[in-house]
Design a protein around this ligand. Structure first.
Ligand SMILES: [Zn+2]
Length: 445
């Protein structure tokens, strides 16, 4: 038995012009109610019990969807008399909850591999798993901080203090939860805790404070809110043109791998301090263009400064938080950052002996790209690598992706490897424009 819950209580006040009298989760996406899309997604991933928490116009929803027999699933309805908040509704419907279940919001369009998500939850032994993703406005979003192992460590709600940098990770509004982990919160409902109880604002922070194991599941798959007319129209367009369909794991996606120093930010000869990180002109525009054009954007960077003991993992994390924040200020984001902390030559004072090794991730070895391909379901044949050194060009060839050189940073003058780029450009933006043109009408450079 596998249970999915859909929080379908919303009225959709802001969507009145598109909705008329329909409740928000009934809004048509390409001619079919949003709830139908969600039920079919859950059904495809083997969920046999789907419980809808409804509030506004439950009659219309039940009339449309019935008992679920048209999909071969069991549809259950829990009617809230008054809005209790996302968690409040679920806690009030306690008797309906199975041991663990997936929670979908009735105002998001989702195309995501729910099987892989629930497997990650089970494999990690999590109490709760939160689907996270970067967005294009992290500066005014509530952000989630994770440990390097992927456990949620802190919630940073907006407004963010000036001068602090956080990873661009946002709660996407899709969870896997264990009923047992919610038990302490049942009392809130039984005691008649007044007002709205929300998963994001109330339950998850408290769960963390109580030592709960909350996993962050960072994914580039498709989850978008339809809560305003602009967002709704955008989702409709992306469902119609196949973007939403292609964004889920199971359909390998093209990526653009970006080198860091000399490609995105000014070359600083082994950048050691966060203050040295400065973006090159127009790189935000370049990344934004790739974000919009269906590419997953992945940074791969050799960081031998870690093995040499010049920079700690925590300091590197902060440097990358700054990088993500600067990109985010210009509405650009990266899907993942991989770094190689190793260095082959030992014998220096202060070095970390355990990282002094020949590894398969230090570029030009293809390890980081191959790992990304597995983690993010990438199609390497349709992918690109942009960098400023022959190391990047050789790495691209070794991984089977197409190499492009930028004339920023070292500009290819390092002369360490024989691999040649397919083309060279004066900026990352020009390279990105070339990549997008090639994906529309490929021609040999
Ligand atoms: Zn390595």
């Amino acid at each position: 038995m596998k249970q999915a819950i859909i929080l379908a209580g919303g009225m959709g006040t802001r969507l009145k012009a598109r909705l008329g009298d329909l409740p928000k989760p009934m809004i048509p996406i390409c001619g079919r109610p949003l709830l139908r899309h969600q039920i079919e997604l859950a059904q495809r991933h083997g969920f046999d019990t789907i419980t809808l928490f409804v509030c506004y116009r439950p009659d219309l929803i039940q009339k449309e969807l019935g008992d679920g027999s048209q999909w071969g699933v069991r549809l259950r309805y829990v009617v809230e008399k008054e809005p209790l908040g996302t968690a409040g509704a679920v806690l009030a419907g306690w008797e309906e909850l199975q041991e663990s279940f997936v929670v979908l919001y009735g105002d998001t369009f989702v195309n995501l591999d729910l099987t892989r998500l629930t497997q990650a939850h089970l494999a990690a032994g999590a109490d709760a798993t939160l689907v996270l993703h970067p967005n294009n406005h992290p500066f005014d979003s509530d952000l989630v901080e994770c440990t390097s192992e992927g456990w949620v460590s802190t919630f940073h709600n907006r407004p963010h203090p000036p001068g602090r940098y956080y990873q661009n990770l946002v709660n996407a509004g899709l969870y896997v939860l264990n009923r047992k982990a919610l038990k302490p919160f049942r009392a809130w409902v039984k005691e008649g805790k007044p007002g709205i109880i929300d998963f994001g604002k109330d339950v998850f922070p408290e769960l963390l404070r109580n030592g709960g194991r909350v996993l962050g599941y960072n994914t580039p798959e498709y989850i978008k809110d339809i809560g305003t007319p602009e967002r709704y129209d955008k989702v409709c367009a992306e469902v119609a043109n196949g973007v939403a369909e292609r964004s889920a794991y199971g359909t390998p996606a093209p990526a653009v791998f970006l080198d860091r120093d000399g490609t995105l930010n000014k070359e600083a000869d082994g950048l050691r301090s966060i203050d040295e990180l400065e973006l090159l002109p127009t790189v935000c525009e370049a990344v934004q263009l790739l974000n919009r054009s269906g590419f997953r954007v992945v940074i791969t960077t050799n960081q031998p400064v870690i093995a040499k003991g010049f920079v700690s993992e925590e300091e590197l994390h902060q440097i990358h938080n700054k990088l993500e924040s600067l990109l985010g200020l210009e509405h650009a984001f990266v899907d993942r950052i991989y770094h190689c902390p190793h260095h082959p030559d030992g014998g220096f004072p202060g070095e970390r002996a355990e990282l002094k090794s020949v590894c398969d991730c230090r570029k030009p070895a293809p390890g980081m790209l191959l790992k990304a391909a597995k983690d993010l379901d990438l199609d390497l044949k349709r992918s690109w690598m942009v960098g400023d050194t022959t190391v990047d060009m050789q790495c691209a060839r070794n991984a089977g992706v197409r190499p492009l050189l930028v004339e920023t940073g070292h500009g290819g003058r390092d002369g360490r490897f024989p691999a040649q780029p397919e083309a060279r450009f004066s900026t990352l933006l020009e390279a990105a424009q070339f990549i997008v043109e090639q994906s529309i009408s490929p021609k040999t450079p």
